[in-house]
Design a protein around this ligand. Structure first.
Ligand code: NAP
Length: 488
């Protein structure tokens, strides 16, 4: 049962402009792209389908606006971002509902994403006025060394479907603060949130051409000419590693500055001395946030053999008791996966693990005959050779394996091409710090199942990416350092 009425849904969806937002105007595309509600397969809306030529038109607009935007006072850019933050918080319910409808996450989580996403505007509104270079005397004396920070120039931002708001604000916030203009392309499956955001940014005072939005069913054909255009100066991408690799290749032609937030395969390591209450709470968050469809989702549970049975039982009890259903229904904790292909992939990975000898403690099945639901699943005795230990599951499945020594646990944790985030649970400070140093990831959560924080540098190493978003580091991705040598 939901307290959200059909007329409320129509009101919120119909308030979203569905055109291409280019140079401050809403334009038609070449036909439309349907946006599906994954909880029931119904079509929520159709958004404009941009052609490659219209993609370049959006870049024209960003290029035309770049000089004036870079010349605005930092305080003015900060004030606009601050206003955008306030508007977003005031419209939490509308943005949360849109995300639940187009992506599937439960409303409570969607509200959490609005709070998280809005914080990037607040954080970077505060950073806009703290962009500074330095001044030094050369070691040999005489020459003075000065650096200045300048906006890199027009940015192309490509975002995924799993966090439709926050992945956009995490890029738009620092770009605008630094003085860069933006063309943003959301995933075709979840364009409504970004289109609603463009409307909000205009209300906040962002001038026409500073943020442009293109939606398209042909992401490759539309993106490549933009990336290869010498007027573009920065590409920021969040999505899968194979697509990121292709985009890095395309970026090589004009030696584009790139940020890549790519896939993950997070280990969740529970040591013998862990506080199991905290470990199970942390596991629920690390695994079930966003229905497991997060790059930061715990993908491999590596648990000390002395506590594995108790940890597994307790996790299975919690996961098995979760309420599954459409994200707009009251009390739902597990919404649908994004599409039929996601359910098929999760089912295949589970079948492979079972063939390899894994045992089911809970779940391991699809749910219902409408929408794309998969039951929260806990598997034990999963051999480290199983496919799900080497690929992103992107669903509500927790595979558990065991280890006996710290060295063995860390070896297992690092046995992946990815390096986004790792979680470790221990009550021993020395072990926590040693493990944090030895884990080959860009981020580590100690005794906590979530690391995302607008004030912290988010990003990965190895096949998980290049660059950092958020924190003091986030704005650097949109700035160039110019050195000026001055002879005295
Ligand atoms: P994806 O298929 O790589 O898509 C991501 C974005 O790239 C979408 O906007 C997509 O548009 C676009 N795209 C796809 N092919 C393209 C091409 N050839 N040229 C230009 N753009 C292209 O990934 P996804 O399945 O949507 O998202 C899930 C992935 O994102 C997971 O691997 C997850 O780990 C990763 N992720 C990483 C982070 C992080 O910060 N590290 C955060 C969230 C998600 P269309 O969908 O419209 O084609």
């Amino acid at each position: 049962m939901s307290t959200i009425t059909a007329s409320r849904i129509s009101e919120v969806v119909e308030a979203v402009p569905t055109g291409l937002f280019i140079g401050g105007a809403w334009l038609d595309g070449d036909g439309g792209v349907p946006v599906e509600d994954p909880s029931n397969g119904s079509i929520l809306a159709e958004v404009a389908d941009a052609t490659p030529a219209q993609g370049l038109l959006a870049l024209d607009a960003a290029v035309a606006a770049q000089k004036d935007w870079a010349a605005t006072d930092p305080r003015q850019r900060g004030e606009i971002l601050r206003k955008a933050y306030e508007l977003l918080v005031a419209r939490t319910e509308e943005f949360a509902l849109l995300m639940t409808l187009e992506m599937g996450k439960p409303l409570a989580e969607a509200r959490g994403e609005v709070a998280y996403g809005a914080e990037f505007f607040r954080w970077f509104s505060e950073e806009a006025v703290r962009i500074a270079g330095r001044y030094a005397v050369a070691p040999s004396g005489g020459t003075r060394l000065m650096t200045m920070k300048q906006p890199v120039g027009p940015v192309y931002a490509i975002t995924p479907w799993n966090f439709p708001l926050a992945m956009g604000t995490r890029k738009i916030g620092p770009a605008l603060a630094a003085g860069c203009t933006v063309v943003i392309k959301p995933a075709a499956q979840t364009p409504l949130t970004t289109l609603a955001l463009a409307k909000l940014l205009t209300e906040a005072g962002v001038p026409g051409g500073v943020v442009n939005v293109i939606t398209t069913s042909r992401s490759g054909a539309v993106s490549e000419p933009i990336i290869r255009d010498p007027r573009l100066r920065k590409l920021t991408f969040t999505g899968s590693t194979p697509v990121g690799q292709r985009l890095i290749e395309q970026s090589a032609q004009q030696v584009l500055k790139v940020s890549m937030e790519l896939g993950g395969n997070a280990p969740f390591v529970v040591f013998a001395d862990a506080n199991l209450d905290r470990a199970v709470d942390g596991a629920m968050l690390a695994k079930m946030r966003n229905i497991g469809e997060a790059c930061t989702a715990a993908n491999r549970f590596i648990v000390h053999e002395s506590v594995a049975a108790e940890f597994s039982e307790r996790l299975a009890q919690r996961m098995g008791a979760m309420k599954i259903g459409p994200g707009i229904d009251d009390g739902v904790q597990v919404g649908p996966l994004v599409d039929a292909a996601a359910v098929a992939k999760v089912s295949e990975l589970v079948a492979d693990a079972l063939d390899s000898g894994a045992k089911v403690l809970t779940g391991a099945k699809t749910v219902g005959d409408k929408g794309y639901f998969y039951a929260p699943t806990v598997l034990t005795d999963v051999p480290p050779t199983a496919d799900m230990f080497h690929q992103e599951i992107f669903g509500p499945v927790a595979p558990i394996t065991t280890f006996s020594t710290d060295d063995e646990g860390i070896l297992l944790a690092n046995d992946t091409e990815y390096g986004l985030v790792a979680y470790a649970f221990t009550e021993n400070l020395t072990r926590a710090l040693t493990v944090a140093e030895r884990l080959e990831t860009g981020m580590v959560g100690i005794n906590q199942g979530i690391v995302s924080n607008p004030a912290a540098p988010f990003g990965g190493v190895k096949a998980s990416g290049i660059g950092r978003e958020g924190g003091l580091e986030g704005i650097e991705e949109y700035l160039e350092t110019k050195y000026v040598g001055i002879a005295l």
